[in-house]
Design a protein around this ligand. Structure first.
Ligand code: CU
Length: 141
């Protein structure tokens, strides 16, 4: 009996306890001095994990511009709104803050260590500092 209960608890722990939630802040200024920026430039997560973006500072949002094949781009979020997305497909995802993407407020999510769609992401049209930062970030994954 004790063995059976232990097995059940182990199973519950493995199936429920494994996906995690990562919190990313939308910021006017980060500790490293960068302005108009997310708290993480590259979030590396596992398949099934969730990212929650917090409108820690005002005037920002989350707009997805690219992801792996089959990923349906979610509608861009409203300014100052919390956003939560669970990632079920491995690959590289690009998102930006609509008003500040030209200033470089862009970031990547890498799910399951899969960078096979990196070239496709590099072709997403970006302008200004956003373009430069995208090249920098892709060079880091
Ligand atoms: Cu912004």
């Amino acid at each position: 009996m004790k063995f059976i209960l232990t097995s059940i608890f182990t199973f519950l722990f493995l199936s429920v306890g494994y996906s995690k939630e990562v919190v990313i802040d939308m910021l006017n200024k980060r500790d490293d001095g960068q302005k108009m920026v997310y708290s993480q430039d590259i979030a590396k997560i596992d398949v099934g994990d969730t990212i929650k973006w917090l409108p820690t500072n005002k005037g920002h949002n989350v707009e997805f511009l690219g992801g792996p094949d089959g990923f349906e781009l979610p509608a861009k979020s409203g300014l100052n709104k919390e956003v939560s997305i669970t990632f079920d497909k491995p690959g590289v995802y690009l998102y930006v803050c609509t008003p500040h993407k030209v200033m470089g407020m862009i970031a990547l999510v890498v799910v399951g260590g899969d960078v096979s769609n990196k070239d496709a992401i590099s072709k997403v049209k970006m302008m200004g500092r956003g373009k430069k930062k995208l090249a920098e970030l892709l060079g880091q994954i």
